[in-house]
Design a protein around this ligand. Structure first.
Ligand code: KMH
Ligand code: ZN
Length: 273
């Protein structure tokens, strides 16, 4: 097994300061969280842009500021979101791709998302995928339901995505695939050989699924976007605290942590200058 790539999903679009007092919102706060996460062992930071009052935005200028501020301070891979927030149109969500980021998320199907619907029409997914292909952006395929793997493979057949794909299994969203071990095993055996995967367990599923990923040769995503707690009833102090714990567990289990340079090589990402 190669090194473990840890992704820090530092803020998401839906989490609020009321729920999470140390949630990074501004570009400076997001950059600081990225630096701390890198120091704790993360190779990728997954970011959502926010306005100063916390409202999610997909405005390219806000993402540009985040990327610039992170790059000034650390070599971590910046993965932007094309998922944005459930209230946003596809056109709004796609604005961030103008920046040709080195990595971006791509959800290949629709799913209920709590009381909302996270809508990803095939035509919109294809538009995002094509734009990423043109710009040399590495997609991370967000899988909230098992059929999204098949959807991604259909885009491979159409030539707008290419193998090997990198998948993120997002497990435990109310409306999506539950965060259970048997479901992770099924997802892993469903993707083509040669593809890579990471798992983002939601809430209390974060820690057991990250552990299983360490053992199975996958990769792990942790952070406030998916989980606010360090332990039952105990809020995590920072994203870095969650990253550091997975790093310790991986080290104990014999998997060193990937540096950003190693993660770029493993995922076939071309670094931006
Ligand atoms: N905020 C969710 C509706 C992504 O970043 O691409 C979508 C999401 C996935 O967070
Ligand atoms: Zn996200």
């Amino acid at each position: 097994m190669g090194p473990l790539i840890v992704t820090a999903a530092v803020n998401g679009a839906e989490v609020t300061r009321a729920q999470c007092p140390n949630l990074p919102i501004t570009p400076d706060e997001i950059a600081a969280a990225a630096v701390e996460a890198r120091e704790a062992g993360a190779a990728i930071v997954h970011v959502h842009a926010r306005l100063p009052d916390g409202t999610p935005t997909q405005a390219a200028d806000v993402y540009a500021e985040i990327i610039r501020k992170v790059r000034e301070r650390t070599d971590i891979i910046v993965q932007v979101s094309t998922g944005g927030a459930v209230t946003m149109s596809a056109a709004e969500r796609g604005q961030v791709l103008e920046l040709a980021p080195e990595m971006a998320t791509l959800t290949t199907g629709s799913v209920n998302f709590g009381e909302d619907v996270f809508l990803n029409r095939p035509q919109d997914v294809e538009t995002f995928a094509l734009r990423m292909q043109e710009q040399g952006v590495k997609p991370e395929i967000e899988v909230f339901e098992v059929g999204m793997i098949q959807n991604a493979l259909r885009f491979v057949e159409k030539g707008v995505l290419s193998l090997p794909l990198h998948f993120d299994f997002v497990m435990g969203v109310p409306g999506g695939i539950p965060g259970e071990i048997r479901h992770l095993l099924h997802l892993v055996e469903t993707i083509p050989s040669g593809c890579t995967w990471t798992v983002a367990g939601i809430g209390r599923a974060q820690l057991p699924l990250a552990n299983l990923a360490i053992l199975l040769g996958g990769h792990a995503r942790v952070g406030f976007e998916d989980n606010l707690y360090y332990a039952r009833g105990q809020l995590a102090k920072s994203n870095a605290e969650l990253v550091a714990r997975v790093g310790r567990l991986a080290t104990e289990l014999g998997r060193p942590l990937a540096t950003p340079a190693e993660a770029r090589a493993m995922l076939g990402i071309s670094a931006r200058l």
